[in-house]
Design a protein around this ligand. Structure first.
Ligand SMILES: Cc1cc2nc3c(=O)[nH]c(=O)nc-3n(C[C@H](O)[C@H](O)[C@H](O)COP(=O)(O)O)c2cc1C
Length: 325
């Protein structure tokens, strides 16, 4: 399949693995890129820019294919050392950056001067148009179904993607709820140039996370995610567990007066405990509704090959075959 996204990033298949905190290490990014899709290292999971530089080197040892780095611009007061992370990306020779969170405008000149292509993750048409206006090369349009932060507009991909297609000139991928060849064909029918997956890539052999997390995704249905931190306007879609139930109970009790400090136990610093130790009730962790479509733990290559074969068969047989005459 050749699309504007495969051309832009020099990849074989129009599939991207979105940045994921404490999941997007070199092992996963390299496995995805070796499968012909685009793997992405999660920048902020690396504690310092020097750690990120090292992770980039590790990834380069594992693949000679293009891979990217995710930089999430958090709305926090104590800002991470973004200039340092950007230096590590540029000096590491990485040519693709996935930005997310706050507007990346400030960093665009440095990235573009280094010949880096920027894909910004957005949860609305208005933010996608802003990304286009500030010079982003592509956007990842994240629908309400997505694992992680779906924003506050709650527009699912069946509406969001065709709306983005109506307005955007730059290429975009569909993100949120994508799992298989059906997702890819549907995303393209709605106007996208490919798809981005998070949750689906967690349940792969190479994802360097505890097997408990993979099994929790396989066991979950599409009814098992919850939205937390809505009252703080920092909504996150997570898999339901005991900690999430406690968190939601606090949200109900405290109502509009809730502060981040009230739920800190359930959300701060929980990722290493969950992803590394497999302590599944340690806190809230991002997971998409797409868990309902995930039933196995294949290798990244098996997954990507299966997606492309299914997409081709849907287009050639089911869709072309449904045309009369
Ligand atoms: C466990 C997990 C952690 C994530 N961490 C980040 C992150 O640090 N930065 C980011 O931009 N997106 C993050 N995301 C969002 C993904 O990159 C992707 O946009 C999302 O998972 C797509 O929805 P899907 O899970 O339905 O495929 C995370 C998603 C998951 C599931």
């Amino acid at each position: 399949m050749k699309t504007r996204i495969t051309e832009l990033f020099g990849i074989q298949h129009p599939i991207i693995q979105g940045g994921m905190h404490f999941v997007g290490f070199a092992e996963l990014a390299a496995a995805v890129s070796n499968a012909g899709a685009l793997g992405i290292i999660t920048g902020l999971t690396q504690r310092t820019p020097a750690d990120l530089a090292n992770e980039i080197r590790r990834c380069r040892d594992l693949t000679d294919k293009p891979f990217g780095v995710n930089l999430t611009f958090l709305p926090t007061v104590a800002s991470p050392d973004y200039p340092g992370y950007i230096r590590a990306i540029i000096e590491g020779g990485v040519k693709i950056v996935e930005t997310a969170g706050n507007n990346p405008q400030k960093w665009m000149p440095a990235l573009h001067e280094a010949g880096i292509k920027v894909i910004h993750k957005c949860t609305s048409v208005r933010h996608s148009l802003k990304a286009e206006a500030i010079g982003c090369d592509a956007v990842s349009v994240d629908g309400f179904e997505c694992g992680g932060h779906p924003g506050e507009d709650d527009v699912p991909n069946f509406i969001l993607l065709p709306r983005a297609a109506e307005e955007l000139k730059i290429p975009f991928v569909a993100s949120g709820g994508m799992a298989d060849g059906r997702s890819l064909v549907a995303a393209m029918a709605l106007g996208a140039d490919g798809m981005n997956m998070g949750t689906r890539f967690m349940a792969t052999k190479e994802a360097p996370i505890h097997d408990n997390v993979k099994q929790a995704i396989v066991a979950a249905s599409e009814l098992d995610t919850r939205l937390v931190m809505r009252p703080l306007r920092n909504t996150e879609r997570v898999l339901r567990n005991a900690a999430v139930d406690r968190l939601l109970e606090k949200e109900r009790e405290l109502g509009a007066s809730i502060k981040f400090e009230d739920i800190i136990e359930q959300v701060a610093g929980v990722y290493p405990k969950i992803m590394k130790e497999g302590a599944m009730d340690a806190g809230a962790w991002s997971c998409g509704m797409v868990a309902g479509l995930i039933r196995d733990v294949p290798s990244c290559r098996e997954l990507v090959d299966r997606i492309m074969a299914q997409a081709e068969s849907i287009i050639r047989q089911r869709l072309a075959g449904s045309l009369s005459g």
